[in-house]
Write a protein that binds this ligand. Structure first.
Ligand code: S3P
Length: 227
């Protein structure tokens, strides 16, 4: 199993215009990040951004563990995310999410897919920014693309399980009202950008292209991020 990102081992493909640095001018980002010694890559972005799909393939390529924060919460509570929302409400879900995130960040050599709302919570942002050897990547796309992807995921869900949700809102409670969901998207986008080292516009990328691009960008930025 590969423990570190080996920045020397592969030839570097041309950089992809869909993958770029987040705003590095902010002072908190002036601290050097030693890419070669990274132990955690965290994927942030709105619902439908591809955090789990990209995260799984990225972890596979690195020989790292993949952890989906929603699935981790479900395993810890024995409830599905929609059940937690329906029974206990969003505020309680956010508490469980923060506890799960703190626990997850104790792991090493891990790609972690956040739930779309995790970066909204200050505690979570502080956890992500202050955990050493950890870099967050923002998977971006226009709201219409993200919403369509969520619809498709919900439509495809029944094939796997007879009792699986058939409506996007059953799978993701916060999609019940598209206008409210879009307002959340607009409010969250700058938060994702501030948290991230790297932004990936996934709208025109396959999963494999996004993963290749992320690996290339991390290797290429090993020296540039320090300057
Ligand atoms: C949420 C996103 C979901 C899940 C919950 C709340 C959000 O995760 O955590 O339904 O607030 O955006 P995904 O982004 O993985 O769908």
């Amino acid at each position: 199993m590969q423990a570190e990102i080996d920045i020397q081992s592969e030839t570097q493909p041309a950089s992809h215009p869909a993958i770029y640095d987040a705003d590095l001018s902010r002072s908190r980002k002036s601290a050097p990040l030693d890419i070669a010694r990274l132990q955690r890559l965290v994927l942030a972005g709105f619902m439908g951004a591809g955090k789990s799909t990209v995260g799984r393939m990225l972890a596979d390529r690195l020989g790292w563990e993949f952890l989906d924060l929603d699935a981790f919460i479900e395993a810890r509570t024995g409830l599905t995310v929609p059940q937690i929302f329906a029974t206990h409400g969003e505020a309680h879900f956010r508490q469980l999410e923060s506890q799960a995130l703190a626990s997850a960040l104790g792991r090493r050599n891990m790609v972690l897919a956040l739930g779309g709302g995790a970066p909204e919570v200050l505690t979570n942002r502080l956890l992500l920014e202050q955990t050493p050897a950890t870099a967050t990547i923002f998977l971006d796309a226009p709201f219409s693309t993200l919403f369509d992807r969520c619809m498709l995921q919900a439509l495809n869900a029944p094939a796997a399980r007879a009792d699986a949700p058939t409506q996007p809102a059953q799978l993701r409670p916060l999609l019940a009202d598209p206008d409210v969901a879009e307002a959340r998207f607009r409010a969250r986008r700058p938060v994702y950008r501030r948290l991230a080292r790297l932004v990936v516009d996934t709208s025109a990328l396959t999963t494999a292209e996004a993963v290749d691009g992320i690996l290339h960008a991390l290797r290429a930025r090993d020296s540039s991020i320090r300057s």
